[in-house]
Design a protein around this ligand. Structure first.
Ligand SMILES: Cc1cc2nc3c(=O)[nH]c(=O)nc-3n(C[C@H](O)[C@H](O)[C@H](O)COP(=O)(O)O)c2cc1C
Length: 363
């Protein structure tokens, strides 16, 4: 029997259905996707990554070789404001989040930009955001949600935040290794039983109880209502889903609707990334060029993430993450990079966001 999904209260906000649409950069979860998800009662999350590419780079000051120049333009405040403004036209005052990776250059500035643009939630993964509250001091209503992949990480974070800022996370996302994009695990650990989502959720739920009532949101490989119910039975208060939203008409990167229906299970692979974590992606575009020895020459223009050290890691890995995701967002199937969760091959039919949410809610 299907039980009803309960509204989820996080900080000052209540989300009607406990379903987050995971942030997807570059240009995958912007105004159209996040706005429609929030409009339907789930939580839409705008990606603050690569906003310089928004609407053909028209909101930025400097473009070099068709790319946003430096982090100030790659993470463009003007474009982020525009994205929030346009999302709000769709969802009004419904809660709306911003996803900002900890590994990016100018992290603190981008967090402040997102608060000013009107984000109600800041969600941060790809590193342990030990100083996240520092940047939101002037925005006490903004809820802070880190992404972790272990109970230990949550413990370290809560201890630091409590000691330094007298605050704990408003909620926490625990992400398992079937998720799309960057993983919080070493390559070989992604395949181990002990790190699979159903085994880490109960541990994170237990740790969260030590710090008061921190709602735990489970992410990575959640596909349908049965999966949602399974996570709730393990103690999660909600789920975050991303790959399913790639298969919607409102997904801001339209290429996915064309690509995904012909993708097979074996076309989804874990690859090295200049961010320093393994990343799950479709084995097409720049990854194919890489195998042919024909990947675009690396020249660091956008200076996107700190661990890459201005293109040094990109040269080791063989591709630039900012340029490749930027091309992916523009639909360049020759040289683009297309992230996907392990379930990407299950997208057979493109749905509207309201149909998908209705399916998840009604079961
Ligand atoms: C195309 C794509 C891009 C993503 N980009 C980001 C990102 O920029 N930041 C982030 O924290 N997570 C990112 N993720 C992870 C999702 O937000 C989400 O947590 C995860 O994919 C959930 O698993 P699922 O895709 O199996 O539902 C991305 C996922 C996908 C599929």
């Amino acid at each position: 029997m299907i039980t009803t999904l309960k509204p989820l209260k996080i900080g000052k906000y209540t989300i009607k259905y406990p379903i987050f649409q995971g942030g997807m950069g570059v240009g995958i979860s912007w105004d159209e996707l996040a706005g429609n998800v929030s409009k339907c009662g789930a939580l839409g999350i705008i990606s603050a990554v690569g906003t310089g590419y928004y609407k053909k780079l028209q909101f930025i000051e400097k473009i070099v070789a068709s790319k946003p120049f430096e982090a100030i333009n790659f993470y463009s405040k003007n474009a982020l404001n525009e994205i929030f403004k346009n999302a709000r036209k769709i969802c009004g005052d419904s809660p709306l989040g911003a996803n900002i990776l900890y590994a990016i250059n100018e992290y603190g500035r981008v967090v402040r930009d997102a608060c000013e643009a009107g984000a109600n939630f800041i969600i941060t993964g790809a590193g342990l955001p030990t100083n996240m509250p520092e940047f939101t001091k002037n925005f006490p209503d903004v809820a802070l949600i880190p992404i972790v992949s272990s109970a230990k990480a949550l413990k370290i974070l809560c201890k630091r935040w409590r000691d330094r800022y007298d605050r704990i996370p408003d909620a926490v996302i625990v992400e398992g290794p079937l998720s799309g994009g960057h993983q919080g695990f070493k390559y070989e650990d992604c395949f181990k039983e002990e790190y699979q989502l159903e085994n880490i959720v109960p541990l994170v739920v237990e740790e969260a109880k030590n710090w008061g009532e921190i709602p735990v949101i489970a992410a990575g490989g959640i596909w349908d209502r049965q999966d949602i119910d399974r996570m709730i039975a393990l103690g999660a208060s909600g789920v975050q889903m991303a790959t399913r939203f790639l298969g919607t008409y409102e997904c801001d990167a339209k290429a996915y609707a064309d690509i995904l229906p012909s993708i097979k299970k074996e076309d989804i692979v874990l690859v090295k990334s200049p961010v320093g974590y393994p990343a799950r992606a479709l084995n097409i575009g720049v990854l194919e060029r890489l195998k042919e020895g024909n990947a675009p020459k690396i020249r660091c223009i956008s200076n996107c993430v700190a661990p890459c050290q201005r293109g040094q890691e990109a040269k080791l890995v063989g591709y630039c993450i900012a340029d490749s995701l930027g091309k992916g967002h523009l639909g360049d199937v020759r040289e683009g990079l297309f992230f996907s969760g392990a379930n990407g091959y299950r997208v057979e039919k493109i749905l509207h966001v309201n149909e998908l949410i209705e399916e998840l809610v009604k079961g």
